[in-house]
Ligand binder design. Sequence first.
Ligand code: ADP
Ligand code: ZN
Ligand code: ZN
Length: 726
Amino acid sequence: NVDRVFQYRIPPELLARVRVGVRVLAPFGRGNTLRKGYVVSLSHTPSFAPERLKDLKGVDPGAVSVQEQMICLAWWMKERYGATMNQALKTVMPVKSAVAPKEEKTIVSLRSREELSELLKEAEKKKYKARIRLFKALLENGELPYRLTAQKLGLTAASLRPLEERGILRIRTEEKSRDPVKGRALASAPVLLNEEQKRAADTVKASMDAGEARTWLLYGITGSGKTEVYMELIAHVLAQGRQVIVLIPEISLTYQTVMRFYRRFGSRVSIINSRLSAGERYDQLARAARGNIDIMIGPRSALFTPFENLGLIIIDEEHEGAYQSEQSPRYHAREVAAMRASMNGASLVLGSATPSVESFYKAEQGEYGLLTLGRRANRNSRLARVHVTDLREELAEGNRSMFSRKLRELMEERLLRKEQIMLFMNRRGYAGFVSCRSCGEAIRCPHCDVSLTYHRDGVLRCHYCGHEVRMPKRCPVCGSPYIAPFGSGTQKLEELTRRTFPQARVLRMDADTTAKKGAHEEILEAFMEGEADILIGTQMIVKGHDFPRVTLVGVMAADLSLYAPDFRSSERTFELLTQASGRAGRGELPGDVVIQTYAPDHFAITAAAEQDYGQFYRQELLYRKMMGYPPAVGLLSIQLSSRKEEAAAAAMEDMHQWIQRTFCLEGLSIIGPVNGSPYKVNDIYRKILYIKNESYDILLKVRKSAQKREAEDERYKNVSFQAAVQ
Ligand code: ADP
Ligand code: ZN
Ligand code: ZN
């Protein structure tokens, strides 16, 4: 009976000390005995008659342990995202799981840097490929993990033996280190921050020193040196004996990125990522709890690292979709981070070259402090020139190839100059879909409401459920033999690139070529090493990788993401185009970007072409205000889904009417119900209802009651319920 939330009034003398996560003394029951409880949320709107609310009696001075904090965070997540307490607890607390100690081998250099450089030159003269890579790696890191290095560099025990015999290196065997960051980095001195970086870092440091716990948006163009600012802030927080969590989207969490932190902070850094086993993960979190490390780097789940005295959370690339959990509780890392930071009196820094509209809006409203880095940190690197080519015009002039004339011309030039090129195409597979020229039908997935994608192995695949069929000889609807693939994906782009530029070496990176463990890093590294001239890929290739020799980026079809049925489609498009453009000219060589599109006048494309976030943001906000989308108003979406189409429809009908009736005085604006997009996925039909209101609290209330009705009413028996407030 007491396992729920109770509301209390905060008397003025306690106002300053009561925040979420704090333990308080509250009068309870008829006798008003004082009991201890945790504050799970603060609100301006009482759920009962104000005169019936009791006053809190005090703040419990005992320290709140990190365990208790996590329980409190779980409660907050349960309330905010409508999950069960069990799901929420599982998310914030790692399941205990053991790792057996293992032997581990390390390659240790026995030579000085100078000697290694000499050896490298010698190997280069003799063109010993594997040795060149080995010496380069040793120069950078001094020690290397044996297994990973051997695998990556193509070295065998036999090929290492001569080097051991010559006394160049030694293979050390020891009990496996508990440190998932393999290889010891040579410590490097911090770079000297430039004016802008210094101003940003000093602003945050001053606020921390004043005991504030603010949220900051660090808006800095690609290559402006955000990471260096993070490291400066981390050093400041560590010096105060507090700990730091750094979130980086998994896809950007490469060896290079981690090593950068490692070089600066050494073994006080740990990482968690999806490649760790449950045992290894648990081990890392336990090290954090014991105080063996101070910095945890990882994807969104790193937020739940049990640091006792957390002083700072950094979210790099804060606009990334990967920060949204797909499983219940469907939390957004940004929101949970803000809550965890506020429980600890920690600061939160959100960094991006293309901030989410939500975050920039909050910065504009003064809720977040805004820090801006407007110039590239490396003085010799300039922003790329952007060319927009109109594909309609190309067609009108008789160019039917996938390459506009401008892109083709620039590609030829780069290949001659031996510079690298990236081609970005936001669709994998060979063709978009297969359709029949006689009856016009596209071949669809039997389980989903989408057409199948043609892959080069002659297989049609569903990108939603994975269903596969061989390409039929005749149209399954009318039997006509005139069926053919239309549209293009990365496979076709690869084929055409090889055909158009036979002299070029081409690599492709998408979900199909990276299905194998480690394949993702292998491709990136091969490209980094100059083993290919052109890297073709989906959005995987545009995220945060730094290739100094890339001087041309081609965006093959900028419109693909523009017409997705989502109010964030322009934002996604702008983000992808800007991040893709940021890949060109990272080094000393000037870069070009070619954006190919059928909609050259769309504001997301013109703003991206001018690399002008402000221009995009103003237009987009205007649109959101006009249409009533977040962040201008709150949006609750309720999805009811079922294997039985009628069940989903009937339940939604009831939900719609019931909400209208129950909340008729709240002034909700209700849109729909509409079919999900796609309507059917994996044989499950999805109906969605959208509800808008200025007040977030009201939407949370609506969601809570809707959830209750779903749980209690017969009509929802075969239906599953999902709801999100944004
Ligand atoms: P971002 O995170 O904003 O993309 P990075 O921190 O990765 O930018 O910096 C881009 C490049 O500029 C890196 O190679 C980095 O080492 C370099 N850099 C950053 N700050 C400075 C500085 N103050 N002086 C010299 N080089 C810098
Ligand atoms: Zn047909
Ligand atoms: Zn399917």
